[in-house]
Design a protein around this ligand. Structure first.
Ligand SMILES: Cc1cc2nc3c(=O)[nH]c(=O)nc-3n(C[C@H](O)[C@H](O)[C@H](O)COP(=O)(O)OP(=O)(O)OC[C@H]3O[C@@H](n4cnc5c(N)ncnc54)[C@H](O)[C@@H]3O)c2cc1C
Length: 436
């Protein structure tokens, strides 16, 4: 029984009882069995930790990156904060778990009959149960020039490229650019736009140039955060305007060159465009489409136990569930699958998945966040406190408490590789330590 849009119906009807009996994770799992996890992001890391902490399963992770990316803080790293805030080495996360093995490889194929994955290296990774959490990839929608000229903030190298470009441009021209353009009015574009003005002010101070630039946020829909409520959009639009961000709503980006971006027939001069707009499901699933059923949005159809094939669980951004696309959903899915794998050890029938809408907290500039929690919407400093708490919980989801706390306490530290910026930053960080 597959579900996507019709998920709630399947998980709450009596049909579940017979499905539960036929679920693969039943009495045949035993303590010697091997759980393979593909991907070490929110879903993969959390599944591994949940199983490593309290089961005797043999656990392996195969992933193409040596770091875990804490995506909610990437916008902050892109605007001057330390890389430590958003890029956490996997070795650090799993230091206390000798029962977790990590293999670095990019998986390219699956054989669900032989129960193994194949990596780019040619190596095969066998499993008794497989949990897949490969995340999404950036989608440029084929817009001319965007892939070539626009910057991104999806990982360490993206951010390093963007920051190197910003510093180099200011150092060479001895002034800021006229326009900085952020494309995409979803959470990432909004967070980045909200922080960009303060970052430019900091760069202007470090490089001793005049602050005179405009920040533009471009969104194709008629309002920002189109997947959230109109009230949330209105609060965020007002906040960004107050911060001096120029909003371009209901307009389409048509192309980009080295010096300009074309927006609904008009050219805007810029040397810095950041693309935060589209995502597409990881191409692995399309490339292995004989093993999966894909929903119209490219995500993988799963049954009431998040299975796409016998003993193959799809979680987080990859799964066609109602709230996929959020870190909290990936964590929730990981807890759900790990919970059923633990139940299997106790010879208990698996539980059925019930999608849960997570609260969303979006920071927009310093000390201000908007919160959408069920029907409750509020914004301002209380939202900001909630976001800080959520970040502490987020770090604690993947790190031991003391490590998480130390990381969380250091999140206002600024880090730049540029020589011109080093001295003023050391002074600023020292001031922050003095004032707590
Ligand atoms: C900039 C940005 C900001 C965000 N901010 C928020 C936020 O504030 N709040 C929120 O709830 N959500 C946020 N999200 C969304 C959230 O990060 C995702 O929903 C979440 O990361 C999904 O978890 P996941 O485990 O499915 O995938 P990911 O966390 O993306 O993990 C995927 C893992 O798979 C690995 N991988 C990919 N392909 C392969 C392969 N072929 N072989 C081996 N390994 C592979 C990757 O390297 C990575 O380790 C943000 C996303 C972005 C891009």
């Amino acid at each position: 029984m597959l579900f996507g849009a019709s998920f709630i119906h399947h998980s709450t009807t009596m049909g579940f009882c017979s499905a539960a009996k036929s679920a693969i994770i039943g009495s045949n799992m035993n303590t010697h069995q091997h759980i393979l996890i593909a991907g070490a992001g929110f879903g993969g890391v959390r599944t591994a930790l949940q199983l490593a902490r309290s089961t005797p399963y043999k656990i392996s992770i195969v992933t193409d990156q040596a770091d875990f990316r804490y995506y909610p803080a990437l916008y902050a790293t892109a605007t001057g904060h330390s890389y430590n805030e958003s890029i956490i080495p996997l070795d650090e996360i799993f230091a206390e778990y000798p029962n977790v093995t990590i293999e670095y490889d990019r998986i390219t194929q699956i054989d669900t009959s032989a129960k193994h994955l194949t990596g780019e290296s040619g190596k095969q990774y066998t499993y008794d149960a497989l949990v897949m959490a490969l995340g999404v990839v950036t989608n440029f929608f084929g817009i001319e020039g965007i892939e070539k000229y626009a910057y991104g903030i999806k990982g360490k190298s993206d951010i390093a490229d963007l920051k190197a470009h910003l510093h180099k441009q200011i150092a060479e021209k001895e002034q800021l650019d006229d326009n900085y353009v952020i494309i995409g009015g979803g959470p990432t574009g909004v967070e980045l736009s909200g922080a960009f003005g303060a970052y430019l002010a900091h760069l202007a101070q470090c490089h001793d140039v005049t602050l005179r630039s405009k920040i533009h946020l471009i969104e194709a829909a008629p309002r920002l955060l189109p997947r959230m409520t109109e009230r949330t959009s209105a609060l965020v639009e007002k906040r960004l305007k107050d911060l001096g961000v120029e909003l371009h709503l209901g307009v389409k980006v048509e192309s980009e060159t080295a010096d300009a971006v074309m927006i609904s027939g008009e050219s805007l001069n810029t040397h810095t465009v950041v693309w935060t707009s589209g995502v597409a499901n990881n191409p692995f699933f399309k490339e292995n489409s004989s093993s999966f059923t894909l929903a119209p949005n490219g995500r993988v159809q799963v049954d009431a136990f998040l299975q796409a094939a016998p003993s193959v669980y799809i979680i987080g951004d990859n799964a066609a569930t109602p709230y996929s696309g959020l870190a909290q959903t990936a964590l929730y899915d990981a807890d759900f699958v790990a919970g059923n794998l633990k139940r299997a050890l106790r010879q208990q029938a698996p539980k059925a998945y019930k999608a849960k809408k997570p609260p969303v907290v979006i920071p927009v500039g310093s000390n201000w966040s908007v919160v959408e929690w069920g029907s409750l919407v509020f914004a301002g400093f209380p939202g900001s406190l909630l976001r800080q708490t959520a970040d502490l919980i987020g770090y604690q989801d993947i790190l031991p408490f003391m490590k998480a706390l130390r990381l969380w306490q250091s999140t206002s530290h600024i880090e730049e590789e540029c020589d011109d910026c080093r001295a003023p930053i050391e002074e600023k960080n020292a001031r922050q330590v003095r004032h707590g």
